[in-house]
Design a protein around this ligand. Structure first.
Ligand code: SF4
Length: 186
């Protein structure tokens, strides 16, 4: 039953995106890559991280990233410290496009009609996702502010893993290095 519901919801979402007039020029995988890059932080905007997040082959992702680049939706920049490493930045038109199409209108309207119960549902779905991630040992790609390494140093956000300060906006982005807090086990 749970699986049927999730499958139906993801199918509705796929159809909604496919039929959206602003998205007629984008393949589903290209849209997924854009959505990921719109949500991830500076440690996670690499081709490898996109590949890991989408769970697809390097070749498929690489072709999609090239297509997005040629459409003017993303640009590649070199890492300032590691010249072999590349970062993928969304362009202003890409951010405008994402703002216009996400979250899908049908989902926003339904959540509005459900009122406070939609927040309960969000909490339960997060619990489900965390359970799956812990049980299957898959990367969490979670929100920075919920990470085990997230710290406050001199009043500002700080990453205990990279030992770098974080911008306020970054604490609400997702991260490839995210690790769930350790449970006490009792
Ligand atoms: S605190 Fe965690 S989620 Fe945030 S940047 Fe560091 S490793 Fe990533």
């Amino acid at each position: 039953m749970l699986f049927d519901l999730l499958e139906r919801l993801s199918s509705l979402t796929r159809v909604w995106f496919r039929e959206h007039p602003k998205l007629s020029d984008l393949q589903p995988i290209q849209l997924s890559a854009l959505m990921y890059l719109g949500r991830c932080n500076r440690y996670s905007n690499t081709p490898l991280a996109v590949t890991e997040y989408l769970g697809l082959t390097k070749g498929t992702v690489s072709q999609s990233l090239k297509a997005l680049e040629s459409k003017g939706l993303l640009i590649k920049t070199q890492d300032t410290r590691d010249k072999r490493s590349v970062h993928l930045e969304l362009t202003a038109p890409a951010r405008e496009l994402l703002d216009a199409v996400t979250p899908p209108d049908f989902l926003l309207s339904a959540a509005r009609r459900m009122g406070a119960r939609s927040q309960d549902l969000e909490g339960l779905l997060l619990e489900l996702l965390r359970n799956i991630q812990q049980g299957e040992n898959v990367p969490s790609f979670g929100l920075c502010r919920t990470c085990r390494f997230h710290q406050t140093v001199e009043g500002g956000a700080f990453c205990g893993l990279t030992q770098e300060p974080l911008e306020p906006i970054e604490v609400d982005l997702i991260c490839r290095e995210h690790a769930l807090p350790e449970t006490t086990g009792d």
